[in-house]
Structures are given as C-alpha cells and as structure tokens.
Write a protein that binds this ligand. Sequence first.
Ligand code: PLP
Length: 402
Amino acid sequence: MDAATPMKKAPAGKARGRLFFANPGPTNIPDSILHAIGHVAVDFHDPDFMKMYDECWEAILRIMKTTQHMFMYTGSGHAAWEAALVNTLSPGDTVLIPETGAFSLSWGSMAADLGITVQTIECDWRQGVDFAAITAALKADTAGRIKAVCAVQNETSTGMHLPIDQVRAAMDAAGHGALLMVDTISSLGCMDVRMDEWRLDVVVGGSQKGLMLPTGMAFTGVSDKAMKAAETSTMPKHYLNWKAMASRKQRSFIGTVPTNQFFGLRESIRLIEEEGLENVFARHTRLARAVRACVRHWSGNNGPQLYCTNPSRESDSVTAILMPEGFDAEAIRKTTMGRFNVSLGGGLSKLGGKVFRIGHLGDLNEPMILGTLGAVEMALKINNVPHAPGGVAAAMASLTEA
Ligand code: PLP
C-alpha cells in the first residue's frame, strides 16, 4: 500500500484486544465484581446472606446520603421509575416534567401510560431547562393538581446535568408541596446525590452505571413524605408495591431475591468506599473535563462539537458529541467498534445519527479515556470528518494540569 493512501477499510474479521467500553451504561464491570457475582447459590433467608444484604442496604443509603427509606427491585431503571410513580400517585394526578432530553420524556410517557396527566416544561435540549419556568409552573398550579416534579439529574441522552439543588430551590420559591422525584440512574455513584439535604422524596437509581454492576437491579430512596403519599395512592400495583415490600424480612423484592447481584453489589460498594465516594466524584469530574477539552479541540476546524452549549449543565458522566452537518455519527461508532474494539453510545430519539456519546462513568481511568479518544480521533480521520487533529493531546494537557 502506498503511504499516501492510508488504509481506510476495517480489516476483515473481528477487532482484537480488550474491548474498550465507553458506553454510558451499562458500564465496565470490574473483574473483582465479575468474580464476586460468580458465587454458588445461597438461600436468601440464610443469616450470613442477610447480614451481607443489610450491609449493602446501609451502603446504598450512604451513597444516596439519606437515613430514610429504600426499596430495591429486580429490574432495570424502568422498574424504579415505575415504582416511584405507582406508589405515590393516583390516576388523574399531574406530574411536572422539566424536559432535559429523551429520558425525561420517556419517564413522562410512562406516567401518561399509567393514567397520570403529564405537564412538560419544554426546553432547548442543548441549553437545558430554565429553573424560573419550574417556579412559574408550580405557582400557576393554584388548584394543587401537580403532585410531583420528576427531574432527571443526569440526562444520559444529551450529556447534560440538571443541578437538583436548584430544582429544589425553584420549588421552594413557589411554595408548592409537590414531591420531588429524581432520576439518578446515570449519576448515582458518579456525582453527588444528597437526598436528605436537598429534600428529595424519591431517588431512582440503577445498578449498571456508577455502581459498575450488570443491569437488573434498581433502587428507590424514599422520604417520609413519599411514604405518607403512598398511604393514599390508589394506583394499581403488586410487584412494585412498597407497603407489601415493607412487611417482608428483606423490606424489598416481592419474590426471589437476586442473591448473586448482592455478591456483586458488596464488591462494588467495597471498591467505591476504598476509593472514597468524594474521590470517585473527583475522578469523574477529571475525566469528563479531559473529554470536553478534546472535543473542544476537534471542533476547531468545523469539526464535531459538544452537544451541550451551557457550561453550567455539562455532565461528569457522559458527553454527547454533535457531528458536523452531513456527517453520520453511526459511521464513527461503526469504525471505532469494528476497527478498534471501542464501543461508544449512539444518539437517542431525535439525536439518532447526529450525536455519538462517550460514557465516562464507572470503572474508568485516564489511559482508558485517552485510548477511547484516540480511537475516535482516528475514526474521524478515516471517515473524512473535518476536525482539528490533536484532541488527545488537549485531553492529556487537561489531565496533567495542576
Ligand atoms: N434514566 C436515565 C437517565 C437513563 O440513562 C436510563 C438508561 O440508560 C434510564 C432512565 C432507563 O433505565 P434502564 O434502561 O435501566 O431501564
């Protein structure tokens, strides 16, 4: 091959080497968690198992920064979304959804399917919702129809963060008594969630992102106020019913407890607490900044840009990258996966083909991020996408600045 005509096609066959998994969830599962999950079956009433179960329980409360209630489910994040709605609300109630992207709208469409009236505060996805609009919508609700505000702390589809303390402040400014339910599915274990301090009523979390576990376990932290709302909720429910769960020894799981997930969860908690929760957050911030420094550099030559145009909403766990007009984000994903064994997230709903997403959450370090960015930069070149070369060096500069 002529040196002037670089090889553009992926070589035939499967890319080798370790899979670099830069998806925004599920995320990398550390080897020690995989080994821990590979445990023989145990009786979920066994006292030794129950001791570990209780320790895991306490640790999830610590990660959510609450001393209130918690329920766990065998299911993905959707199960916890649904549990939040069906336990606290009744058909015909209204929920207020500050739009952040695809996941906020999906939670809203789940609520609509359950017979709940959904009021959405629309926004420019690249800028994020205006807090004053939340206050205004609640102030306008003089009849008290809005029973809950459902907010997504980290919108995985856009790579944008919604500061939840400011949502709380916007609700307080309206003097409205609605519950505040927060989706922390791609933020729990990656960025700060202060359930009690921010007076959150339901905190929805999942296993497969910051907790580095397989998909299939979900959690809801629940406040005393939300437990009170559950007393009068008339929404049909069975498998997700908090009252039925509370009467069980495990205080969760209507049915068999997923014991192997708990062996994994114990190891996940050990890893998080060994590093230190605040250090885990700092690592996420550091890696996120490096990714953004890289993308900002690429954008220099009419290249791909950060989807988020509001610096106060940038996410520490996922970055969505908007392709230049006329270039397909899926081609980049195909090249990174097929040629370099690097898996990226694709664009969701209206962002399909327009953005690709780099997940920088969970079990990741600097070389893993630099490897991913290097593969993306090569994929941009291979696909003739305009960009300013040298983004990886910009990321390295970010990672080494004092
Ligand atoms: N909310 C957010 C912010 C998410 O990122 C996801 C999944 O990626 C969900 C909800 C849905 O969770 P699951 O796919 O685990 O059901």
